[in-house]
Ligand binder design. Structure first.
Ligand code: SF4
Length: 289
C-alpha cells in the first residue's frame, strides 16, 4: 500500500482498506451517478469484514436488475442467478451447507414481483438467510417501469399519469409471513444499515432488511426529485426512527411530508428450518439404533 498524500492528517492511499473483498478489476461499476447502490455495497463489505465470520464462509446471491449486479463486485463466492430465483438458489445452498452465511442482495422487482412466491415461502420455512432488498420503487435497469412497490400516484415509465395500484408495505408483508428479523433503513442511514446487516448475520432464521435507495434518473426524475441530492435530502428530512412502530402502518408514499419510518422492527428467536431438520435427523438416527 502506497501513501499518496496526507490531507488534514488523513492518509490517502492507492488502496481501499477493503480491497481484499472487492474485485477491483471489475470497476468502474455500471451504476448511474447518484444511485444508492454504492452505499449499499460499502455497508455490505464493511459488515462482512466486521462480522467475525471468515470471508470464505460468506456467500452472496442475487437475481437480475441493477442491485443484482452488486455481488459481481465482491471478491467472495457470489452467484448471479435468473430473475426472481435468487432465494430458491440461496435456499439450496444453505440447506446443502448450513455452515455458510448466505446473503441475498436484490431489488424490489426481483424479490417482490418476479420472485415473490419464493420470498414468502422462504420466510414461512424460516430458512437462515439474510435478504437485503434495495427498494427504489421501480424497475430501474429496464427503464423505470412500475411494480408492486411503486407508491400509489407515483409516475413511472409505464404509469405516466400516476400509479393506480396500492403498493406493498415490505416490512409488514415480511413480518406477517413470519421473518425472524425485519428492518428498514435508507441509504442516508449508513451506520444503522451497517449495524442491521451485522445483526442479520447473527440472527438464526430469516433476516430481512429493506433499504430505501434513490434511483435518480427514472423514479426520482419523474416524481419531482430534481437529482440524487434531493432524494437523499427527503430521506434525511422525513425519516423517523421508531423500532416499535406498528409495521402494518409504515407503508411508503415517497411524498413529502409523509414520513419514512425506519428501524429494527422485529428481532425474534424461533425455530428455523435447519433446527427442525437437525431434530428430525437425530430422531431418525436414535430410532435406528
Ligand atoms: Fe441505480 Fe436506478 Fe441507475 Fe439502476 S437505474 S443504476 S437503480 S440509479
Amino acid at each position: 500500500m502506497t501513501t499518496l498524500e496526507l490531507v488534514h492528517g488523513v492518509e490517502i492511499t492507492d488502496h481501499n482498506p477493503h480491497d481484499d473483498l472487492l474485485r477491483a478489476e471489475r470497476l468502474p461499476h455500471i451504476w448511474c451517478p447518484g444511485c444508492g447502490l454504492g452505499i449499499v455495497t460499502k455497508c455490505l463489505v464493511e459488515a462482512i469484514k466486521r462480522s467475525g465470520i471468515p470471508s470464505d464462509r460468506h456467500v452472496v446471491v442475487s437475481g437480475i436488475g441493477c442491485t443484482s449486479r452488486l455481488p459481481g463486485y465482491l471478491n467472495l463466492d457470489t452467484y448471479h442467478t435468473t430473475h426472481g430465483r435468487a432465494i430458491a438458489f440461496a435456499t439450496g445452498l444453505k440447506i446443502a451447507n448450513p455452515e455458510l452465511e448466505v446473503t441475498v442482495v436484490a431489488g424490489d422487482g426481483d424479490l417482490f414481483n418476479i420472485g415473490g412466491n419464493h420470498l414468502i415461502h422462504a420466510i414461512r420455512r424460516n430458512i437462515d438467510l439474510n435478504i437485503f432488498c434495495v427498494n427504489n420503487f421501480n424497475y430501474g435497469m429496464t427503464g423505470g417501469q412500475f411494480g408492486s412497490t411503486t407508491p400509489p400516484g407515483a409516475k413511472t415509465a409505464t404509469t405516466p399519469y400516476g400509479n393506480l395500484e396500492d403498493s406493498f408495505n415490505l416490512p409488514c408483508l415480511v413480518g406477517a409471513a413470519g421473518a425472524s428479523f425485519v428492518s428498514r433503513w435508507t441509504t442516508v442511514h449508513v451506520r444503522q444499515l451497517l449495524k442491521a446487516m451485522m445483526r442479520a448475520f447473527q440472527v438464526q432464521g430469516l433476516a430481512f432488511i429493506e433499504i430505501v435507495s434513490p434511483c435518480p434518473p427514472t423514479f426520482g426524475e419523474l416524481n419531482r426529485f430534481e437529482d440524487a441530492y434531493a432524494m437523499m435530502e427527503y430521506f434525511r428530512k422525513c425519516s423517523r426512527v421508531d423500532d416499535h412502530a406498528d409495521i402494518s402502518e409504515i407503508g411508503l408514499s415517497m411524498r413529502e411530508p409523509d414520513p419514512i419510518v425506519v428501524g429494527n422492527f422485529v428481532d425474534l428467536r424461533k425455530p428455523t428450518y435447519h433446527d427442525r431438520e437437525r431434530e428430525l435427523l437425530e430422531r431418525i438416527r436414535s430410532q435406528a439404533k
